[in-house]
Design a protein around this ligand. Structure first.
Ligand SMILES: [Zn+2]
Length: 233
């Protein structure tokens, strides 16, 4: 039956196409890409949080800095008044106490600013480190993308060639036989037709006795008595 022999060619091409399809979906680069994309999204979330913390610290520092400037000018004015004299001893005494109090305020404000500047430094370092991680992951992601695209391009071209050959090979096979073959392929691990070689079915690898072989030869179309696959005898 020449149609069955053609179908055997179709089968071989279908298996090759299955393998290529599988290869396309199970590239190690794809796994790596998924991991990198996942890491990147985690790093981006962290960066968002760290960035928000940094912005808050900048605001706090600006505010503390502004408050320090106010205290400094207040101190300057009060000292000027104190040094310009012309006050009673009691007024001078009060003014001196005020200056002392403002100096203490200034010390506290300076400490606050210094503390915030330190935190700001640390926070900037953290953001910078995370930005570095982000850049590295982005680079890796892009490189993997282009690797995957390259491999897929090669596989797709190969699949297109095989598909074309498959279309040619299947053309002369009667439609009902193709339908049966497709159905068998779905339920039998992609193998719908096999050749009988040395009395062994190429599909299920089981032997057929002489009697079974002659039974099979009588069938239209011939099918393995064990696995029911189409059989080229
Ligand atoms: Zn079989």
């Amino acid at each position: 039956m020449p149609a069955l022999a053609d179908l055997l060619d179709v089968q071989e091409l279908d298996l090759q196409l299955d393998r290529l399809r599988h290869e396309r979906q199970s590239l190690p680069e794809l796994d790596r890409y998924k991991k990198v994309a996942n890491d990147l999204s985690k790093v981006e979330k962290r960066l968002e949080k760290e960035g928000a913390e940094l912005r808050q610290l900048e605001l706090d520092t600006d505010k503390a800095d502004g408050e320090l400037t106010i205290v400094e000018s207040h101190l300057e004015e009060t000292e000027k008044r104190l040094f310009s004299g012309g006050m009673s001893a009691r007024e001078t005494e009060n003014m001196r106490a005020q200056v002392d109090q403002i100096r203490t305020q200034k010390g506290t404000a300076e400490e606050l600013v210094l503390g915030l500047l330190e935190k700001l430094d640390t926070s900037r370092d953290i953001v910078k480190t995370t930005e570095g991680e982000q850049a590295t992951l982005n680079q890796e992601k892009e490189s993997l993308e282009s690797q995957i695209k390259g491999i897929w391009k090669r596989i797709d071209a190969e699949m297109e060639r095989k598909q074309q050959r498959r279309d040619e090979a299947v053309a002369p096979v009667p439609a009902d036989l193709v339908e049966l073959y497709d159905k068998l392929r779905q339920s039998k691990e992609g193998v719908g037709i096999a050749a009988l070689a040395n009395g062994v079915c190429g599909g299920c690898r089981l032997s057929l006795s002489a009697l079974e072989r002659s039974e099979v030869a009588e069938m239209d179309p011939p099918r393995c008595v064990h696995c029911r696959r189409l059989l080229v005898v």
